[in-house]
Design a protein around this ligand. Structure first.
Ligand SMILES: [Zn+2]
Length: 286
């Protein structure tokens, strides 16, 4: 799933490719992808692309005042093509959820693998009317996201750090992968309570968050859309690396699994050497 750094890189990529272009066609391949019905997709036809922006993990393409906004969710992706095939995609017959054609023959497809369809696109006059955008917390790479602002966000939050970092209403753009990475850099347990952190720990977590995200944005920027997924995976220290060696201390990277996701961490670096309880391993121990 693309998170803030990959979405930011996609936005930079699209800003470059869509500059001075106009939309000449929009094809909907999956009826469930489009969450709005007014304005209709045809409203984009003939419209010039006037801007590309990011809101958390949402991408917002401004086409002369009508915005195409989309969220790639867990299994969605954007596939760019310098020359899109002429064939018109038909609903229900393709993994392509949405295709946008530009006036020089280039364009992009929004695709989604798997059976759980979560990719969401919206056509709106004001991006703030998209439900997920209206409730977004501050952007962690924004100028206003200072150490003081972060401390104020954490104060009084009697919730675990892992869940807090991923909560889009609290901080925008961090998901399962970068929350694992940030906590590993900060050497903190994913289950530590936000409100219980001492001021020095808050400052350390803030530094880990900014460094991890800005480093990932720097690594992703300039890469074409097709390379971003692999680049993200290659940059991970613990996320998705269960059983591998921690790059800091050499201990094995461990996992805690949940119903539909899992987290990775290093016990030596993050939990004082004590492995966290996991519902799968505890089942074996009974
Ligand atoms: Zn370690």
């Amino acid at each position: 799933m693309p998170e803030l750094p990959e979405v930011e890189a996609l936005v930079m990529f699209l800003r470059d490719r869509l500059a001075d272009r106009a939309v000449v066609g929009v094809e909907v391949g999956s009826i469930s992808v489009l969450k709005t019905f007014d304005p209709p997709p045809q409203a984009l036809v003939g419209a010039p692309v006037t801007g590309v922006a990011r809101h958390g993990k949402f991408i917002d393409i401004d086409c002369g005042g009508t915005h195409l906004v989309f969220h790639l969710a867990r299994a969605g992706w954007l596939r760019w093509s310098e020359a899109l095939p002429a064939t018109v995609i038909r609903p229900g017959k393709s993994p392509i959820a949405l295709r946008v054609r530009l006036d020089d023959g280039s364009g992009f497809d929004l695709t989604e693998a798997g059976t759980r369809k979560r990719l969401a696109a919206y056509l709106v006059h004001d991006p703030a009317t998209v439900p997920g955008i209206a409730t977004l917390g501050p952007d962690p790479l924004g100028d206003g996201f200072t150490g003081e602002a972060f401390a104020a966000i954490l104060a009084g939050q009697r919730v675990q750090l892992k869940g807090l970092l991923r909560n889009q209403g609290v901080i925008a753009g961090i998901g399962n992968a970068y929350s694992d990475e940030i906590l590993h850099v900060a050497r903190m347990s994913p289950f530590a309570l936000a409100a219980s952190l001492a001021p020095e720990a808050v400052a350390a977590l803030y530094a880990a968050l900014r460094d991890t995200l800005s480093g990932a944005v720097a690594a992703a920027s300039g890469k074409p859309a097709a390379e971003l997924k692999d680049a993200k995976r290659a940059g991970m220290r613990v996320h998705g690396r269960t059983g591998a060696a921690c790059p800091v201390c050499g201990d094995v990277v461990r996992e805690v699994s949940f119903a539909d996701s899992s987290l990775q961490y290093c016990a030596t670096c993050q939990t004082g050497g004590k492995p966290l309880a996991d519902r799968r391993t505890s089942k074996f121990l009974k």
